[in-house]
Design a protein around this ligand. Structure first.
Ligand SMILES: [Fe+2]
Length: 389
């Protein structure tokens, strides 16, 4: 087999190609499923973060409906923060006080790190506030969940807009290399960082369902049936930096740290997306890695839970423990899907960060309050040099 070239694999997983590759590899080496697990990796993990979509009966199990009193606390906290005259980067628990809701939010933060790994707050009355007020409210509530805000680009933006930008930003140099900015389906992946928050300013005319899946559930199945792929996932992979310097970095996609299964990857770093093709002349991925990418995707899909995202909802997920995806969608003039995202971390409750991720985490959570930007209009994430990411 030619190992010097990239396997036949694309951003959008193809079930038939996956099954073909799987049977070819098993035919070449029928002993793959007998491979012992890598040292330190358990045969299975248990706990509330190990779940399947079918385990959930209805959304009341994870949706918390904000009461009138709590909504009043939120608008009072907005006024309080405004009265300080501080820039948005300074939003913190003490200047966005939520006398009773903060206790609930602390419980929910525990749910993210020690429970099922997700919850939804319903719902912020979007039309009652300006865009800037919504950014303050969103960051203010979120600071009670995880006070550290992650940088989402090289220019200190801690707020990112998830919206179809293919029409408005068609001129972008190099094209749009991330499905987050299109109406296209987004396959299972994780964002970098501990926690992801998404607030829906508006939802699509049709489609766009958010899907989440337990990384530990995926792990258990692979550990039981294809331990060789646990090896593959826990060894270093070449991540394309798409024109960055260096041209690629290497790290594992799967970690077992302090009793937690952690998966961290985005498929496009191995396959490219859209006009952003995988960079030639960097090491290709292997056939085993191609199979592992598909295996994780299809298992995550099989055990996933669809979240019915409403305008004004805020969704919080643990991005170390859960994978997520999004269905394709259709916008209309009245209903143009528009989410705003924060990356967060709760330093008190956080899992320990695996060593190969520590430098990324340091960079991510290092923005001082005065450096944090809250763009109120959509923009494509930039690296410091201006390259889209
Ligand atoms: Fe994502």
């Amino acid at each position: 087999m030619d190992t010097s070239k990239q396997p036949d694999i694309e951003y959008h997983p193809n079930l038939q190609k996956y099954l073909q590759r799987q049977s070819l590899r098993l035919a070449e080496n029928p002993d793959l499923p007998k491979t012992p697990l890598p040292p330190g990796f358990p045969e299975r993990v248990d706990g509330p973060i190990v779940w399947e979509g079918n385990d959930w009966v209805n959304e009341d199990q994870w949706v918390y409906r904000l009461s009138e009193m709590e909504l009043k606390e939120i608008s009072d906290a907005l006024l309080h923060f405004r009265s300080t005259g501080l820039a948005l980067g300074f939003i913190a628990r003490d200047n966005f006080p939520l006398p009773t809701l903060s206790l609930k939010l602390r419980e929910f933060a525990q749910e993210l790190y020690s429970g099922r790994g997700f919850f939804v707050l319903r719902t912020i009355p979007i039309d009652d506030y300006s865009r800037e007020e919504l950014a303050i409210i969103y960051a203010g509530i979120s600071t009670h969940v995880g006070s550290a805000r992650g940088k989402q680009d090289g220019t200190g933006a801690v707020l990112a807009h998830i919206k179809d930008l293919t029409v408005s930003h068609a001129h972008e140099k190099g094209g749009i290399g991330n499905s987050a900015y299109t109406t296209d389906k987004q396959v299972f992946h994780t964002d970098v960082g501990d926690l992801i928050a998404l607030m829906a300013l508006e939802i699509a005319q049709e489609g766009g369902t958010s899907r989440i899946s337990s990384g530990a559930r995926v792990y258990n199945e692979l550990a039981a049936t294809r331990p060789d792929l646990i090896h593959t996932l826990s060894e270093p992979w070449p991540l394309d930096s798409f024109g960055g310097d260096p041209g690629y970095t290497t790290r594992p996609l799967l970690y077992y740290e302090d009793g937690h299964v952690i998966i961290q990857y985005s498929r496009r770093h191995f396959t490219g997306y859209g006009k952003q093709k995988r960079t030639p002349h960097i090491p290709p991925i292997t056939e085993a890695q191609a199979e592992a990418l598909d295996a994780v995707h299809f298992l995550a899909e099989k055990y996933s839970l669809g979240l019915n995202f409403q305008k004004g909802d805020i969704q919080y997920i643990n991005s170390l423990g859960l994978l997520h995806a999004r269905d394709a969608f259709q916008d209309s003039e009245q209903h143009t899907r528009h989410l705003i995202r924060l990356w967060l971390r709760n330093d008190e409750l956080a899992w320990s960060t695996p060593k190969p991720l520590q430098s990324i985490w340091q960079r991510l959570y290092s923005a001082r309050p005065e450096e944090q930007r809250f763009p109120l209009e959509p923009e494509i994430r930039r690296k410091p040099g201006g390259m889209t990411k």
